[in-house]
Design a protein around this ligand. Sequence first.
Ligand code: AHR
Length: 632
Amino acid sequence: LVVDVNTSTAKVDPNMWGVFFEDINMGADGGIYAELIKNRSFEFFRPMMGWKNLGAVREGNYLILNRQLNSEANPRYLRVLKESTDKQPIGLRNEGFRGMGVKQGNTYEFSLWYRQKSPGITVRVELVDSQGAVIGKSELKPSQNNNQWQYQEVSFTSSKTDHKATLQVWFDGDGSIDLDMISLFPTDTWKGRKKGLRADMVQTLADLKPGFIRFPGGCIVEGFDLSQRFQWKKTVGPIESRQLIVNRWNTEFAHRLTPDYFQTSGLGFYEYFLLAEDLGAEPLPILNCGMACQFNTGEVVPLDQLDEYVQDALDLIEFANGSVNSTWGKLRADMGHPAPFNLKMLGVGNENWGPQYVERLKVFQDALKKYHPEIKIIASSGTDPEGARFDYLDKELRAMNIDIIDEHFYRNPEWFLSNAKRYDKYDRTGPKIFAGEYASHSKNNKKPEYRNNWEAALSEAAFLTGVERNADVVQLASYAPLFAHIDGWQWTPDLIWVDNLNVFVTPSYHVQKMYSTNKGTDVVPLLRDGKMLAGEDNLYGSAVVDKNTKELVLKIINTGESQEILNIDLKGIKKSSGEAEVSVLQHDDPLAHNEVGQAPSVSPINSKVNYKGKKLPYTLKAKSVNLIKIKL
Ligand code: AHR
């Protein structure tokens, strides 16, 4: 094997390895968005979903009112009516999203919006553990009497750690009070931001050092039908005036076990941009192109009514980059970020295909190139990397000279192995490629050992040697989907699994991290007998040098059943002897996987190997992913 450190065959885009975030598998609400109350604004299909009566509730104590005409975004609220004759306590229990994960010693902020003509009712809250014991409490005394909506909050500390706590909200005294946006957040959020994100989940993303974050989907961009498409303008501004919509992955549409899956938009476009900034990643929003999910209704907006969609795209650029004196730039500033977010790329459509897509994309392209030629457009190539649909779109998108084409692959491990050469023959003069969603499906099975096993990760690692080797054409790459909650997922495999308090990374996560944190600046040739390592004898490989850190990085994958002994010729390296840092992922069992609450069965093992006379002896274990780093 020979690696030649002085011959650069391609430049690696510094942002090449990123992440794709979609609110699927309780990724946002019930996941990274740290709100603990489910259905805080009573907007779920059934207004009291997530809430149960407590105490001596009688007919008439609670009313759900709908002010549709005055508040399209957040129409419903709760009226609590208590007579002086209602002597017994009454209350409501919120079950959280599969319970509430709370931590001993952590402080929680309970808040609500209320309206009343005169003070009378005191709101008493109790955090209750899974055995029914009170582990935190506080009292909120609404004092305003002008019948105007008013925000108030109190905080308390939990005396215990519990995965499945609930919140009891008691109404003491008597009178009438209107309540909305009943909310409970931990204070140990990412960067301590109020009503922010789960720090452990964000940290797991930060550890990947992602170059970009694609958001908010995925199919949720498209919606089951157009009325349920993701509309970014409804997700910005004060959270109490953002619009809740049903999640595309709700049982209603996805036939999976999540009838309570809705999007509060608490994690909205402002928060996504902020997250990108925190992670040092380029923001990569995807917008609806005027088409609903083609796997479902396939509803499309008539071409003569596409203006609103195109305007959304232009306004989004203003929101992200515009001056604080512009309408949308001002909103960004009012929300706390006067500096621009520096948006450079925008996706139009997710997994859309056919002539309907091309027609609509052209309208977007004309407008975006006219008003914002600085923004790179990312177009979808549908879902099938081989079929006639793909060929048709690929041809059309290339003819349109679109900037970047987004390809998605959900295939079996064999496909990933045989596609390690996929990009070797791609046209170097046309659009760049975004490998936007890929995940190897070992078997479509709900059992943990098939969700994210070693066999899948190994085949992804092999495929990614081909992606890295072709970094001149593949500009961006991201695994999908990112998160799954162990008690509420719809889709497997997923990169990172969580419960209410913990994060568990998969073998695929370690593979992604190997690439994203060792991306280098230049691809260099790694050859055996003058040929690339692209599957012969079950070996796959790629090499990069990092001109900033002055390192050579080899990634070599052995998918075979037996070990391979290599002698690597380090051509062009300065020192004739020295030490290589090695990190290996390995398992003999293709079904090995990391499971919630158990010690991981696949994680990197680090060691050092010496080289002499510019030759590195190295033994590749069977079924192993090897990262070898050498100072140049
Ligand atoms: O990642 C899950 C889904 O897979 C995405 O929403 C969609 O883009 C793809 O089909």
